[in-house]
Design a protein around this ligand. Sequence first.
Ligand code: FE
Length: 206
Amino acid sequence: MAGNHKHSDPLPETVLRVKSLESLLIEKGLVEAAALDALIDRYENKVGPKNGAKVVARAWVDEEFKERLLKDGSAAIAEFGFSGAQGEELIAVENTDKIHNVVVCTLCSCYPWPVLGLPPVWYKSAPYRSRVVREPRKVLEEFGTKLPAGTEVRVWDSTAETRYLVVPKRPEGTEGLSEDELTQLVSRDSMIGVSEALGPTATKGG
Ligand code: FE
């Protein structure tokens, strides 16, 4: 798909063509719906967000990298070789005790592919797109994220030109973890901003 779609044109024809193709392949017995779902799940949850997790873990351990990342997201992320379609202009925003950032695309489903892979279904859903702007705290609570009353919530609206990556707060008790172990704590949802990073017990090592 082209990387420069405009919000005034959410590509209904392309979506229609993809759906038709998918139905045809399944109908002809060329692919199984379950296999297709598994493939999509892989890019949504596993392959894609691992790139973003590497960027976040580096920012947690390397203050100079974090400064570069917050100043020019695209350039800092390109140091990892992550660039390309749907990631031309990447902006990293940092969560702190004072500010919590969350990302949406109010008009369609713009998403930073090079660092997060494919967007999850809920990200593309009309309720998320409208509600996270109107009542971000309520939506965050539905994702299990309760923020202190004093924390400011900032909602960033992605566009075809600009995509956002949230750098979640580094969890407490992770001082002794390696950069590689830290990547395991950085969930996809924490980089969209609907969740926080996982606690130190989430690493495979213990
Ligand atoms: Fe969009």
